[in-house]
Ligand binder design. Sequence first.
Ligand SMILES: *[C@@H]1O[C@H](CO)[C@@H](O)[C@H](O)[C@H]1NC(C)=O
Ligand SMILES: *[C@@H]1O[C@H](CO)[C@@H](O)[C@H](O)[C@H]1NC(C)=O
Ligand SMILES: *[C@@H]1O[C@H](CO)[C@@H](O)[C@H](O)[C@H]1NC(C)=O
Ligand SMILES: *[C@@H]1O[C@H](CO)[C@@H](O)[C@H](O)[C@H]1NC(C)=O
Length: 477
Amino acid sequence: MKRTGKAITVYLGALGLLLGLYTVRGDYCEVNVCHNGATCVTGVGEDPFICICPDGFAGDTCNLTETGPCSPNPCKNDGSCEVIAPTRRGDVFNEYVCRCQPGFEGVHCQINVNDCANQPCVNGGTCRDLDGDYACQCPSPYVGKQCQQRCITLLGMEGGAIEESQISASSVHYGVLGLQRWGPELARLNNQGLVNAWTSATHDRNPWIEINMQKKMRLTGIITQGASRMGAAEYIKAFKVAASLDGVSYITYRADAPRRDKIFVGNIDNDSTKTNIFEPPIVAQYVRIIPVVCRRACTLRMELVGCELNVYSNTAGCSEPLGMKSRLVSDDQLSASSAFSTWGIDTFTWHPQFARLDKAGKTNAWSPASNNRSEWIQVDLQKTKRLTGIITQGAKDFGVVQFVSVFKVAHSNDGESWRVLKDKNTGNDKLFQGNIDNNSHKKNLFEPGFYARYVRVLPWEWHERTPLRMELLGCDD
Ligand SMILES: *[C@@H]1O[C@H](CO)[C@@H](O)[C@H](O)[C@H]1NC(C)=O
Ligand SMILES: *[C@@H]1O[C@H](CO)[C@@H](O)[C@H](O)[C@H]1NC(C)=O
Ligand SMILES: *[C@@H]1O[C@H](CO)[C@@H](O)[C@H](O)[C@H]1NC(C)=O
Ligand SMILES: *[C@@H]1O[C@H](CO)[C@@H](O)[C@H](O)[C@H]1NC(C)=O
């Protein structure tokens, strides 16, 4: 191939990218003119093609090896390289240090510190090593960062702490010519007497009984019991459980493996009790028991097992990073309306999986395909958590500083219906002040905090494009 014209090389600073701009006549990218795994692109500006060099290579066709101790970056795991003696003296080569991300150590940040090494999880909890942190998966009824807390209080159906007004049902059975009322307020474990349980009306095709706990609680189990009426045993053989934070939208408890509503095995006679564990626990204010199979009639006495959520004054004590940076939130828990690709090149796509605080690299943030107010990034926390704040950070796209300067936050319990956080003074959507540069952390608190499984961030105003790196703050409770 004959090449004509002059070669222009443009160095794009801090991220070490080198674009080789080269004029050719002929096949352009059909023949592989770019070396060392570089990407050949046509149709960018005036030039027939450009080579986008991988880290460590330079030159028009990426055939040159970059020089300098930090090029290519010798540091692993998003560690950043710093030259500490920028000049070469005699035969002494430049020195560098790797600044490691939390959770990594070693000269090249090559060692992922095992945060599980001294077995922080107690009571049978399983430890998962994260970047700079660990997470315990606790077997119910144990909860807490280290599974140290037992969540087994009887919540008061039997004891009476749950009052009659807190118990409601889809329908009530009236027996003996309408004189016996098998009302929901009777559905208390070990209730005695002739009429001693809740029974749904015979015609009720979709029966349920609901307990309003009057505040958000954590539930780790349920104890159920049938009753006998006119000498015959009546009980619920199988049931589902639904829960709600607000008494409006309900989520049916699902089994882990097949993503289907979990069917709990209930009773087998009029008197014995059956205990079911919620694994994982439910965080809710309202809980509904939905009979699926009943013997003679849907008759129930019951107790709820659980505990109070930790009570925090405002956000104090509930502002742990929820795992964007530590990767407790895994890649498949992150999604977005779209993702931007610099120059349309796949390798330079700003995936939602990159929206992790302090992420390093050439493309190191999420950025949507278009700059508009319909774009969003979503985090599925996989269970209901309490959220109290957010840290956001901008980025640079090949040297150009970009950031989201104003954003909104929305949340959801089912991933379908969303609530945008409101300003408590005006009642309008709350506008959070975001970033002002490519790198600094901006922290905003949610006042008040909220409970949710899904969180969305919606860029509202921005500088250049809308890249986001972020961390969510809150706690498991
Ligand atoms: C790199 O490619 C250019 C142009 O094709 C050539 O002039 C130069 O000698 C090459 N350098 C090396 C180190 O191969
Ligand atoms: C109800 O349970 C008690 C205790 O287990 C048992 O003695 C009684 O026979 C049962 N009654 C009916 C109607 O099944
Ligand atoms: C704005 O973003 C939405 C969501 O990705 C997209 O469907 C829409 O086409 C965008 N509008 C413009 C004008 O780019
Ligand atoms: C981007 O952020 C870094 C780190 O804070 C800073 O050193 C640099 O000057 C910033 N770059 C630009 C172009 O503002």
